[in-house]
Design a protein around this ligand. Structure first.
Ligand code: OGA
Ligand code: MN
Length: 327
């Protein structure tokens, strides 16, 4: 397996190993898994992908999500994102599938609104337009590491509310049916997701997120918007131009992504499989009030405080010394 850098500090193209290897060889799976933990976005080129190959590959990483009600492919493993009607013509601008594509153009992380969030997603290109329709990624792990430490300490324990309705309502309040709304009530997660393999922390936010506990709604929305804007500044993103045979896999714990528009008279068809997170992926700690996380964070806060005190003390001593020298 060979890894070639893709994006600014994250993302790699995987060479010499493909989806079928990942599905059928434990050794290949382990190499790919390690690359995902480390690099957050993986690109496989020239894959002869079919639904069953994609599902078998995805299943190696954990339990597969069933597509939720209201989406094309509901009740199966295959989320079908396309603008093609049953008779082969392209769907109109006002069609639910067009609006869904527009909602996917908001920065988001897949399934943060679900009772069980997603570890990773696998997206394969089946039909691509001549231009446009790129998928763009940002690392929320790097975004976290860029935040000042005072901000990190403030946000580490914050609890964020996510709802599917929040992102859909931004596009069209009629996009979700009452049945969908009832099936997808808001969920709460800690604002950071620690990767238990490498201990790296990532911001866990994006378009489904709207509330922060203990903060007014407009203040929370403003803070979330600011964090997303900083995480996704153009110099920090990787924008993938699809080629036939491309498959992308991304770590929803450590990235955000968004789609881009394409010409209305062109077909685009993608298939996504999504892998649910399990406790071993760090999910237990993401839950508000989970004792392990609270303990870890309290220890880190205390340690940071001890460093602050020591630094302040060192500075006082420095001042005192300099004071003496001046005399
Ligand atoms: C997705 C998604 C964007 C795109 O599949 O989860 O957001 O470019 N896709 O199709
Ligand atoms: Mn998505």
């Amino acid at each position: 397996m060979e890894l070639l850098p893709l994006g600014p500090g994250f993302g790699v193209e995987v060479r010499g190993i493909g989806l079928i290897d990942g599905a059928s060889s434990d050794r290949a799976y382990r190499s790919i898994r390690a690359a995902l933990e480390e690099h957050s976005v993986l690109l496989f080129r020239e894959q002869a992908v079919a639904d069953d190959v994609q599902a078998a590959f995805s299943r190696a990483f954990g339990p597969l999500e069933l597509v939720k009600i209201g989406s094309v492919g509901a009740g199966t493993f295959y989320n079908r994102l396309h603008n093609i009607a049953a008779d082969g013509t392209l769907v109109p601008e006002t069609h639910q599938q067009t609006l869904t594509a527009r909602a996917n153009q908001l920065w988001h992380t897949d399934s943060s609104f679900k009772a069980t969030p997603a570890l990773a997603s696998v997206l394969s290109a089946r039909t691509i337009p001549d231009y446009g329709g790129e998928t763009e990624f940002a690392s929320t792990r790097l975004a976290w590491s860029r935040l000042p430490r005072a901000m990190q300490l403030r946000l580490r324990d914050a609890i964020v509310t996510h709802a599917y309705a929040n992102s859909r309502d931004q596009i069209d309040p009629g996009l979700m049916t009452p049945a969908e709304r009832a099936a997808l009530p808001p969920v709460r997660w800690r604002m950071t997701w620690r990767n238990p393999v490498n201990n790296r922390t990532a911001l866990y936010i994006a378009s489904h997120a709207y509330g922060i506990e203990g903060m007014g709604e407009s203040e929370a929305r403003a803070l979330l918007a600011e964090l997303i804007a900083d995480a996704t500044r153009p110099e920090f993103t990787y924008r993938h131009q699809w080629r036939p045979g491309d498959v992308l896999m991304w770590d929803n714990r450590a990235t955000m992504h968004r789609g881009h528009p394409w010409a209305r008279d062109q077909a685009r068809s993608m298939v996504r499989t999504t892998i649910s997170a399990v406790d071993a992926d760090g999910l237990a700690e993401l839950r508000p009030g989970s004792p392990s996380a609270t303990e870890v964070y309290r220890e880190m806060r205390d340690a940071a405080h001890a460093i602050d005190v020591a630094e302040a003390h060192a500075m006082d001593c420095g001042d005192a010394l300099r004071g003496r020298h001046r005399h």
